[in-house]
Design a protein around this ligand. Structure first.
Ligand code: NDP
Length: 285
């Protein structure tokens, strides 16, 4: 069996075209959506992500600004900048690029973002809203996965979903979203005994562990939907996911590639959340 590829680039293009129209509509009424991105330190991967986000904003009609700080900056200085941005009427979304340096408490930084501008969905009130089934801004990566599942007509209700990884930005919100849609959800971690016994029972398998090609064909049920969130750089510079694509795509029913699967959807969801934040701001005025 050869799996159907779930094309994140294609879906991202479709969605960005639709949302660009919504951004234009807002701009015609005097409110161009605006995103501020905060980056601390000089992690090269983070810098690339931030540049890509700013470029995607420009292409979608979103105003964006990047606020760069050195590694040595104090958490209070960053929080002060966030508070200024909370009051800036040109800015509808504020994003803090992760990872933050070790001397930062990310929960405190996220807590300083006004909840209505928290387009990444990491503020505790947004986390709580997601947990109770009323997400205000669903976190971008798992939300992008939900759009891919919908676009490819993958049933969720009553299905067994297995999520590998329990991070606050991917694994946990992913499990909550699948649960909300009626899946029976198992969450696996590095402490899970006999990982393959769980993954083999998955109708929908979402892998977000950051371990190159850890999921092999023998760990997957025939016909399963396999979503690979992982982004790992190999020693030769190429990118690979957490799933061994070549072998697993012979057995799965649907599969996302890396690159070109979940990655483009993550940025797309950020754009959508920013435009939606601007629409809500306009509705409040
Ligand atoms: P984290 O490192 O925060 O979390 C990884 C999770 O995987 C942890 O919960 C860990 O368990 C679990 N894990 C690690 N090894 C195993 C194992 N052998 N078996 C089972 N579980 C394991 O990573 P993130 O969630 O931030 O990211 C995960 C991956 O997704 C990374 O490759 C990252 O680059 C990528 N990513 C991709 C995005 C995209 O847009 N496509 C966006 C965000 C991330 P434990 O908690 O027990 O340590």
């Amino acid at each position: 069996m050869s799996a159907k590829i779930m094309d994140g680039n294609m879906l991202a293009r479709e969605m960005r075209a639709e949302w660009k129209g919504r951004a234009q509509h807002l701009a015609e009424r005097g409110m161009q959506p605006g995103l501020a991105v905060i980056i601390v330190g000089d992690d090269p991967a983070s810098r690339i992500y931030v540049r890509n986000k700013a470029k995607a904003c420009g292409e979608t009609g979103i105003y964006s600004e990047i606020h760069e700080f050195p590694d040595s900056v104090s958490q209070d200085d960053v929080i002060q900048r966030i508070q200024e941005l909370n009051g800036d009427i040109r800015i509808h979304g504020i994003l803090v690029q992760l990872p933050l340096p070790p001397h930062f408490e990310s929960v405190k930084v996220f807590a300083s973002i006004a909840a209505e501008k928290d387009v990444d969905g990491f503020h505790l009130s947004n986390v709580g809203a997601l947990a109770t089934g009323n997400a205000v801004f669903p976190p971008c990566t798992p939300h992008g996965v939900m759009h891919l599942l919908r676009r490819y007509g993958i049933p969720i209700e009553g299905q067994h979903a297995v999520v590998v990884g329990r991070s606050n930005i991917v694994g946990k919100p992913m499990a909550l979203m699948l649960l909300q849609k009626g899946a029976t959800v198992t969450i696996c971690t590095s402490k899970t005994r006999d990982l393959a016994a769980h993954t083999r029972r998955a109708d929908i398998l979402v892998v977000a562990a950051g371990k190159p090609r850890m999921i092999t064909a023998d760990m997957v049920k025939v016909g399963a939907t396999v979503i690979d969130v992982g982004i790992n750089r190999l020693p030769d510079g190429r990118l690979t996911g957490d799933v061994d694509f070549d072998s697993v795509s012979e057995k799965a029913g649907h599969i996302t590639p890396v690159p070109g699967g979940v990655g483009p959807m993550t940025i797309t969801m950020l754009l959508c959340n920013t435009i939606e934040a601007a629409e809500r701001a306009q509705a409040r005025n």
